[in-house]
Design a protein around this ligand. Structure first.
Ligand code: NAD
Length: 256
């Protein structure tokens, strides 16, 4: 199927939907210069993820985590919302989509203009950090200054606790309220659109299944195949920006 045909089908499915939810992964952000994890050029080709337990128990692991974080910081700071982000923001603005569930930590949905209340961040946000003991927020700029000057991982200035990027690492508990919100959104929708996720990270990848089992139509747009392709109603192995740009001319549904 061509990009044009896929976009036309998505439009048609959105037009007959009463409640659409979008679910995004790292693939929606690659166009902005932020690499994903599992593409051939993804981050995991060079670095295996650092488990939460290792981060807490080992200073060496914390140093490595902050080294990686600041090695990529310029790319994250320079990144701007992609065509995919803008199209999702448009669908939410005109009321054609209710909210976006994201696995991303790059803050680009917020930067595209979507209200915080309509973004469900499953894996946290990498633009700031928190103390694992007293949960105070710490700013990345301060952490960067400390880390670059001393080479040691920062400690909380309030309680001396371990400071960690406000993201969810492997082995770390998922945020309860966000999980609850994502489940509620998945159960409330009649159309669930996945954009740019390999759908192998659980529990996040369980939400398209929850929506589909509850009767929603499922669309998956991802360059590579995913394990959920076989249960989807529409699959496009295409570039997200190319598929989503034609949706920018959609208008709000007419009121009865
Ligand atoms: P993933 O790397 O496992 O999968 C991304 C998928 O997107 C790949 O299958 C790839 O083929 C596809 N893709 C990449 N660019 C695309 C494009 N332009 N158009 C269409 N498809 C494209 O990512 P995931 O499923 O989100 O899971 C990885 C985890 O990594 C998530 O938990 C997330 O927190 C984290 N992560 C986030 C970022 C970010 O915030 N931008 C970046 C890397 C990793």
């Amino acid at each position: 199927m061509t990009v044009k045909n896929i976009a036309a089908k998505i439009k048609g499915m959105i037009e007959v939907s009463n409640h659409c939810v979008v679910f995004t992964g790292a693939g929606i952000s690659t166009e902005s210069g932020i690499p994903d994890f599992r593409s051939p050029t993804g981050l995991w080709k060079n670095n295996m993820p650092i488990d939460f337990r290792d981060f807490v128990e080992s200073e060496e692991a914390r140093i490595e985590a902050w080294r990686r974080k600041f090695a990529l910081e310029d790319r994250f700071l320079a990144a701007r919302p992609t065509r995919g982000h803008k199209a999702v923001a448009h669908l939410i603005e005109i009321g054609r989509a209710a909210n976006v569930i994201t696995q991303n930590i790059d803050n680009l949905h917020q930067a595209s203009g979507i209200n915080d209340g309509q973004i469900i961040e499953l894996h946290g946000n990498g633009t700031y950090a928190t103390c694992l003991s007293c949960h105070r927020r710490c700013e990345m700029r301060w952490i960067g200054d400390v880390f670059k000057a001393s080479g040691t991982p920062p400690e909380c200035t309030h309680c001396g606790g371990i400071v960690k990027s406000a993201t969810i690492s492997f082995g770390q508990s998922m945020p309860e309220q966000k999980m609850h919100d994502a489940e509620a959104a998945s159960l409330a929708c009649d159309l669930f659109i996945v954009l740019g996720s390999s759908l192998v990270v659980f529990p996040a990848a369980g939400f398209p299944v929850i929506a589909k089992r509850n009767g929603a139509k499922l669309i998956i747009i991802n360059r590579e195949e995913t394990e959920l392709d076989t249960i989807a109603d529409l699959v496009g192995h295409k570039d997200i920006g190319d598929v989503m740009v034609p949706l920018m001319d959609m208008t709000a549904a007419k009121k009865n």
